[in-house]
Design a protein. Structure first.
Length: 287
């Protein structure tokens, strides 16, 4: 299999390239140098993109301007890279007969739809996105391009990723309950999408495995600590040992049932595993 991966100098793209490097033939593309990047190309350069896509069996598209770029880049930059760049890739795929396109999207597209002052929002793919900024808008627009392209013979899967960038340990532990995901599970999701038999277009949430049920929504909004202790009676002690504040409110829950059903996605690095892993690191000094 020959794969084009974009954004391979970034966190997600490089992790995917590292995992696939011994199993597939890859062209790894970014606009800056990186350990796995083989071609320095801007995805806005349409002619070069068409050349790179020729002969590929699939494309994994991670390259994008992200939330941290909001202050440094203009709205036009976001639209050109996140939307026009995606359009260039999809047009090249259709021209060259590529059959699989995996798009790295974001749960951020749900935006203001995740605001409810009485209940934690149950975030499934059925929740209608309400973008808050140009990042959300451009990611949603790129998803629509994938949807439209899927009507012309290419299978497209948009993976709406939750938070997977490095953060303080306290936040990472809390977010594994409801809105975070380990980079290793992100890689797993992309590989499952790459090799899946899905036809047409699908969009799926990719996050940790939450312990919560939809019936917990109201209580999570105001008494999250009680709910957490029902599922993890040991959790408050673990937080106390580290001097961390135990969560009192949880505003949303990312639901991954569709990804589990369609892709066979099964995250391995959830809330409990996070503490087990940290205990192992303390004990052995190795990750």
């Amino acid at each position: 299999m020959r794969i084009l991966i974009t954004g391979t100098s970034g966190r997600i793209g490089s992790a995917i390239a590292s995992s696939l490097k011994k199993r597939v033939e890859m062209i790894c593309l970014d606009n800056r140098a990186g350990s796995y990047t083989t071609s320095i190309i801007d995805i806005r350069e349409k002619e070069k993109i068409f050349q790179c896509v020729k002969g590929m069996d699939a494309v994994i598209h991670c390259a994008a301007f992200l939330t941290p770029h909001l202050d440094a880049c203009s709205d036009r930059d976001f639209w050109e890279v996140n939307v026009i760049g995606t359009e260039n890739l999809l047009e090249a795929c259709l021209w060259h007969g590529v059959k699989r396109f995996v798009f790295t999207s974001t749960t951020s597209v749900y935006g203001d739809a995740m605001v409810d002052h009485q209940n934690a929002v149950w975030v499934t793919e059925e929740l209608l996105p309400q973008p808050r900024d140009v990042y959300d808008e451009t990611k949603l627009a790129a998803e629509k391009l994938c949807h439209d392209a899927s009507k012309h013979g290419i299978s497209c899967i948009s993976l709406r990723m939750s938070r997977c960038f490095p953060e303080p340990d306290e936040l990472m532990a809390i977010y594994r309950l409801y809105r975070g995901v380990d980079i290793r599970d992100v890689v797993q999701a992309h590989e499952l999408a790459l090799y899946s038999s899905i036809e047409g277009y699908e969009v799926v949430n990719i996050s940790n495995q939450t312990p919560f049920q939809q019936s917990d929504r109201e209580e999570l909004s105001g008494n999250a600590d009680d709910v957490i202790m029902r599922y993890f009676p040991w959790a408050k002690k673990e937080f106390s040992m580290r001097g961390w504040s135990f969560p009192k409110t949880i505003d949303r829950v990312y639901v991954i049932e569709k990804a589990k059903k369609l892709l066979g996605y099964k995250p391995s690095h959830n809330f409990s595993e996070w503490f087990t892993h940290r205990a192992h690191v303390r004990r052995t000094g190795h990750f």
